[in-house]
Design a protein around this ligand. Structure first.
Ligand code: 5GP
Ligand code: ZN
Length: 113
């Protein structure tokens, strides 16, 4: 499959890994928008949160959220952070493998856009 994030999971594209277990991978964003900008992905290919989260795969999404506090701590984000999911064309999703941006390391703007 021609998916950048699946290739990162497979080790075909290098990444700076922050956390990995059997279900998920976290790596540094190649184009960070804040001092800390990590990308959290399920290893399983799920396209987006538009129509692709089902009863069969929702557990991995819940799992990601149970791991976020640990990942945030590993990332040095003691004083808060932002989780962002871009979804679909108008949501500016450029990589069609569901992912959550973990952003922080500074006081973020209250405005989201
Ligand atoms: P999206 O715009 O789809 O929400 O976010 C995709 C993110 O993946 C972007 O922030 C982009 O910088 C990042 N990204 C795209 N290709 C690569 C890559 O090959 N390696 C890494 N580490 N990040 C990537
Ligand atoms: Zn993929």
């Amino acid at each position: 499959m021609d998916c950048i994030f699946c290739k990162i999971v497979a080790g075909e594209i290098p990444s700076n890994k922050v956390y990995e277990d059997e279900k998920i991978l976290v790596f540094k964003d190649i184009n960070p928008c804040a001092p800390v900008h990590n990308v959290i992905i399920p290893k399983e290919h799920i396209l987006s949160c538009a129509d692709d989260i089902t009863e069969d795969n929702v557990d991995i999404i819940a799992y990601i959220f149970t791991k976020i506090p640990h990942i945030a701590k590993l990332s040095g984000l003691e004083d808060g952070y932002r989780i962002v999911n871009n979804c679909g064309e108008n949501g500016a999703q450029t990589v069609k493998h569901i992912h959550f941006h973990l952003i922080g390391g500074e006081k973020l703007s209250e405005k989201l856009n």
